[in-house]
Every structure is written in structure tokens, then in C-alpha cells.
Ligand binder design. Structure first.
Ligand SMILES: [Zn+2]
Ligand SMILES: [Zn+2]
Length: 318
């Protein structure tokens, strides 16, 4: 039986909000998410990418104080440095998949990788049960990379699973998974904590018909769905088969699933801050409780939601 609960205000009105860019003290019941990289395919930098950020995917998820990291894009470097004093000795790193934009930051996950007393557990679910060891070994070896991962002082333990299987951890925490439509596959994750539900669905290309029935069930009643909105609809017709989706498909999925809020990630490396603000305004006209994720933005999942309107987001990202 689900223990999920609704946040009701005093007058009984169901009212949800996303608290932006606050590093709240994480109570045991809190489910929080912080975006350390939201850019897809390749990192970008420059004056056009200041607001939304240029690092490739890395998400910090806290179920109470329990940490999960999704993906090791270039955002994992600043994540590690910002949490240097508080990283646990055992770190669970869940890969959506192993494409470069989700793995290339791994050796730069400092100080964790330089700590001989630390274990980083990686989880890979898109290779039919195989773990990430062999693929990462090919990526991080000469001449593509100067050293092999084995020279790092930390202990790396690679775990393989089949997307669709739940992940059960020694502390009793369970994370559900689903296989997503993407070249070589990708894994979506569902976290439930304190009566709140967070689904991270990237990288994915939507199917026809849409929403996919299994995915719809997977994200049903989520407090927040994080979704791959790399392309505009205008771009998508030229990029079919590349493995990514649009914010419109994210809204269709979220609304059909009765999700409370939607965040868009895997932003196109050519999309500037000005373009993304415009896209966000269009999306919020259709679904007010939606936003395009900004690097370093923190979301208190399932807390009271007013809206994620641009002026609010801008005020809080200053
Ligand atoms: Zn990607
Ligand atoms: Zn990919």
C-alpha cells in the first residue's frame, strides 16, 4: 500500500511548489534534488550559457540524508568539490547509460576518487545485466585518456542490472528502474521517500503512440518528473532517431500521469539562455508547474508549489 500523501494547505486546497535554489536543511522526510549539470551531449561555456549552465548531466538526490548521484557528466566535478566535507564513504552512482556526456566526468569526481577509504559503487542497467567496468575501461585508457581508472586511490565497484529490475540497497532503500528508448538503451529511475515520488527520465526519445503505457505507469502521480527536452518540436523532425525528446512530450507525459511538476534537462548545447527562457515561458503557459532546470538549482520535491514562473526562478538564481 502506498504511503504517499498529499500536501494540503489549511483551506484544503492542494497547493504544490518547488523551492528553488535553497539548500534546505534536509529533514529525514525530505526528498531533494540538486542539478549539477543539465546540458546534453557536450559541455558548453560562454556568456550565452550563464543562467542554465554548461555542465553535462549530474544530479544529486537526497532521500533524507541518504545520497544518490545520477550520472557522471562534467557536473560531477563541481558536485564533488561543493560536497567535499560531507560525502559519504560509500557513494552510489547510478548511470542512466554510458554515453560520454554521462561518464566523462568520473575521474574528476574529486575529492572522492583520491580517497583510498572511499568506495564508489556504479550501477549500470542498460547493458542487459553487464556492469560499466569494461566500457569505462575502454574509455579511460591510453590513448583516449592518460591513465586507467585503476590508478585512482578510491575503490570502484561496478554493479550491473537489467533496467526494469528494482535496485535494493543494504540500508533497505529501494529504487525502481525502467528501460528507456535511446541508442544502446538508457535507464529511468524512481525514488520514493517521505511520501514523495521523484522520477528521472533521461535520455529518452518518445514513441508513437505517446505516452508509452509502461512509462506512464512508472511516473504516475509523481511529485516531480525530470525529463529529456533536448529539442524543440521544430528541431525534432530533423533529429528523429537521435534518442531525445521535446518539452511538449514531457508535458504530455506528466499531465497524463497526473504528475505534479515537470523539470526539463539534457538541454541542447546550442540553446542559449535567451532561447531557453522563451521556451520555458511557452511551456509554463501549458503547464505552470514546469521549468527548465538550471545548474545548481535545488528542488524540494513535493513541497508546496506555487509555480515555477521565470521571474521567480530568475529571482532565486541571482
Ligand atoms: Zn546524453
Ligand atoms: Zn545518450
Amino acid at each position: 500500500m502506498s504511503t504517499r500523501r498529499k500536501a494540503l494547505t489549511g483551506n484544503g486546497r492542494s497547493d504544490w511548489y518547488t523551492r528553488m535554489n535553497e539548500t534546505s536543511s534536509v529533514s529525514d522526510g525530505a526528498l531533494t534534488l540538486r542539478f549539477w549539470g543539465v546540458r546534453g551531449s557536450t559541455p558548453v561555456s560562454g556568456p550565452d550559457f550563464v543562467e542554465f549552465g554548461g555542465n553535462t548531466p549530474c544530479l544529486e538526490i537526497r532521500c533524507g540524508n541518504r545520497l544518490f548521484v545520477i550520472d557522471a557528466g562534467s557536473g560531477i566535478g563541481p558536485f564533488g568539490r561543493s560536497n567535499a566535507e560531507t560525502l559519504p564513504q560509500e557513494i552510489d552512482l547510478l548511470f542512466s547509460h554510458l554515453h560520454l556526456d554521462h561518464t566523462a566526468g568520473l575521474p574528476f569526481f574529486k575529492p572522492a576518487v583520491f580517497d583510498a577509504n572511499r568506495t564508489i559503487h556504479t550501477y549500470c542497467g542498460n547493458l542487459d545485466g553487464a556492469c560499466a567496468s569494461e566500457a569505462l575501461g575502454r574509455l579511460f585508457s591510453p590513448p583516449l585518456f592518460p591513465v586507467e581508472l585503476s590508478v585512482l586511490p578510491c575503490c570502484l565497484e561496478h554493479h550491473g542490472f537489467k533496467a526494469g529490475e528494482p535496485l535494493s540497497f543494504v540500508d533497505g532503500v529501494r529504487v525502481d528502474t525502467i528501460l528507456l528508448n535511446h541508442p544502446q538503451g538508457s535507464v529511468g529511475y524512481r525514488f520514493e521517500h517521505g511520501g514523495k515520488r521523484l522520477c528521472v527520465i533521461s535520455d529518452i526519445e518518445h514513441s508513437d503512440p505517446w505516452p508509452d503505457a509502461a512509462l506512464l505507469e512508472f511516473v504516475r502521480d509523481a511529485d516531480l518528473v525530470v525529463y529529456d527536452g533536448m529539442f524543440t518540436e521544430g528541431e525534432y523532425c530533423r533529429c528523429q532517431g537521435w534518442g531525445h525528446s521535446t518539452w511538449q512530450k514531457g508535458v504530455e507525459l506528466a499531465q497524463a500521469a497526473n504528475a505534479k511538476a515537470l523539470a526539463i534537462i539534457h538541454l541542447h548545447p546550442a540553446h542559449t539562455d535567451a532561447q531557453l527562457r522563451q521556451v520555458e515561458a511557452e511551456m509554463q503557459a501549458v503547464m505552470p508547474a514546469s521549468f527548465i532546470a538550471r545548474e545548481r538549482q535545488t528542488v524540494d520535491v513535493g513541497a508546496v508549489m506555487t509555480s515555477a514562473r521565470p521571474q521567480l526562478a530568475l529571482a532565486l538564481t541571482a
